[in-house]
Design a protein around this ligand. Structure first.
Ligand SMILES: Cc1cc2nc3c(=O)[nH]c(=O)nc-3n(C[C@H](O)[C@H](O)[C@H](O)COP(=O)(O)O)c2cc1C
Length: 328
């Protein structure tokens, strides 16, 4: 089977994979998408803005909710909350996922994220708490272990299986590698022969050759993160399908969905402080939209201009100017 037959999922990316971007990636060929990581502790303690991360919008397709935490009671609570969300009477999410791979010090200090990749027993307890609190499928997203020479993935897979999880997403790097260095496909190959769980492979997939190499390991699907940030139609490309849109159309849609989503958020959560349209859009322009121009001549100067926009109108003007400069 070639890359054309492989399921390709959008990875959870904190600050990026909100509803508008997930919708864009679904339109760009992603078979399924993940929310940004949502703090179980914050949900447990009633932090209202955290709930905004669990909002979806029409047209998104299949979405999974990723939770992070280190406490069983909090994870059970968060799983129940995510499980209870409905859109038109149907469950909002198709899967709940536990983050056991985030290497950010703040997250690891709390005992969550990649700290769990060194603690299969705690992963077992957290997953079991989730599985007992939802009827949705539960999966684990993790790394190979804390560092080369300390490979925990087989124990982690065993813990997930015992806890009743139904799948594993493996970023085939060690925590010490952060997001760079070699992706260890040989470990993935061994893993798929040793676990009964479905395995999704992840790590630096940029082109069809990378998908084919990952597919060789025997994984059930692959997951793409950073490559989607500047090209949300990368999923179609990786499946050798015609991309449904190019960069100017991607930005135009992205902007439209951001405006739509912010309005819906403000309507749904009238008691919460939701940024006004200009603040919301210019924040996204500074943090995300500029990425569509990464690598083009003059990108550094463009980045500065993106940092200076403060309104939706200025953002629109800058995008139009940027495409005329880059010829997109
Ligand atoms: C900016 C950024 C944010 C991320 N946020 C999350 C997250 O919220 N949850 C998670 O499990 N992984 C997160 N990751 C890791 C990605 O999901 C993915 O495992 C990693 O980027 C490797 O895939 P890639 O090489 O295709 O980007 C993040 C990575 C980046 C670069």
């Amino acid at each position: 089977m070639g890359a054309a037959g492989m399921r390709i999922l959008l990875a959870p990316l904190a600050e990026f994979t909100d509803a508008p971007f997930r919708r864009l990636c679904a339109e760009g060929g992603a078979d399924m998408t993940y929310t940004e990581m949502v703090s179980a502790a914050a949900l447990f303690h009633g932090h209202r803005p955290t709930r905004h991360l669990m909002e979806t919008m029409p047209g998104e397709g299949r979405v999974a909710c990723q939770l992070f935490g280190a406490d069983e009671e909090e994870m059970a609570f968060a799983a129940r909350e995510a499980d209870a969300l409905r859109d038109g009477g149907r469950p909002r999410f198709c899967e709940l996922n536990l983050n056991a791979g985030c290497p950010m010090p703040r997250i690891m200090r709390s005992g969550a994220g990649a700290r769990l990749a060194a603690d299969p027993e705690r992963v077992y307890r957290l997953l079991k708490a989730m599985v007992g609190s939802t009827s949705l499928p539960v999966t684990l997203k993790t790394r190979l272990g804390p560092h080369t020479g300390d490979n925990r993935i087989f124990e982690l897979a065993d813990a997930a299986e015992r806890a009743g999880a139904c799948g594993l997403i493996v970023h085939a790097r060690y925590t010490s590698q952060m997001h760079g260095g070699p992706v260890h496909l040989e470990v993935l190959s061994e893993l798929v022969t040793r676990t009964r769980l479905k395995v999704v492979g992840n790590g630096s997939i940029l082109d069809e050759t990378d998908v084919a190499a990952m597919e060789q390991t025997g994984v059930d699907a692959v997951m793409v993160g950073r490559a989607a940030l500047r090209d949300p139609a990368v999923f179609a490309r990786l499946k050798r399908a015609k991309p449904p849109f190019g960069p100017p159309e991607a930005v135009e849609r992205h902007l439209r969905y951001l405006v739509e989503f912010r309005r819906a958020l403000a309507e749904r959560f009238p008691e919460d402080a939701v940024l006004d349209e200009d603040a919301f859009i210019s924040l996204k322009a500074r943090t995300h939209l500029f990425r569509y121009f990464a690598g083009v001549p003059g990108a550094a100067a463009l980045r500065k201009r993106f940092n200076a926009v403060r309104t939706l109108a200025e953002t629109r003007e800058l995008l139009a100017a940027a495409f005329s400069v880059t010829g997109g």
